[in-house]
Ligand binder design. Sequence first.
Ligand SMILES: [Zn+2]
Length: 260
Amino acid sequence: MHELEVVLVPQLQDNYAYLLICKSTQKAAIVDCPEADKMIEVIESKGVTPVAILNTHHHWDHINGNRDLIARYSKIKVYGHHSDKERIPGMTYPLQEGDIVTFGEVSAKVFFTPGHTNGHISYYFEQTGDLFCGDVMFYGGCGRLFEGTAAQMHTSFQKLGALPHETRVYCGHEYTASNLRFAAKVDPDNAIIQQKLDEVATLRAENKPTIPSTIGVEWQVNPFLRVEQPAIKQSAANTGADSSDPAAVFGAIRELKNNS
Ligand SMILES: [Zn+2]
């Protein structure tokens, strides 16, 4: 039995934290929580035992809840990339690419996915097909390049894109509608983007999350994964970028998004 229940916990304006519950042991892990109170409420209502905080990166809107969660659950283990030891409050378990994090009977593999920040990591639960990728890959988009380069982010995207297509992608923000509107501009003949825009509009009108998507859907709609598709290359070439270099295409599309 390797069953994982994923509870999405909306935070702040458009952040998503997640409570992950190992169903056979009722042990739980928290992914990226800025508002501890809301998370503690969910933990209490589920009656589970939180044993780990899995941080993807050091930004305030992903780690601000750490101190209160640690104060409440004194034995909780705090995970993050080793290079963020000084930037992630309470980190007890520094990680790197290829490490395995286990709680209860479920395990996640750690991918080093820099670009948004220098110490960004993603957690992949291979047994259940769930990926938690913070502010690297969003549904239909990608995080801003605050610390890293377009080439690094492109490499991170290709790493996550290599996962099985059915993998569920849980990202850190509800940016889907805006991402897909931009995707439609740089990939104008892509009918799947239009279809997903309709689906997403319906969900958001009911105030429902659009998360998760899947790696398969991302290959269909996300311009930052589709950098080798002719339409995306053309959109990059129109800005003067070298469309034969996928990382340059990635950078040009990211620049267009910044100014969109
Ligand atoms: Zn961030």
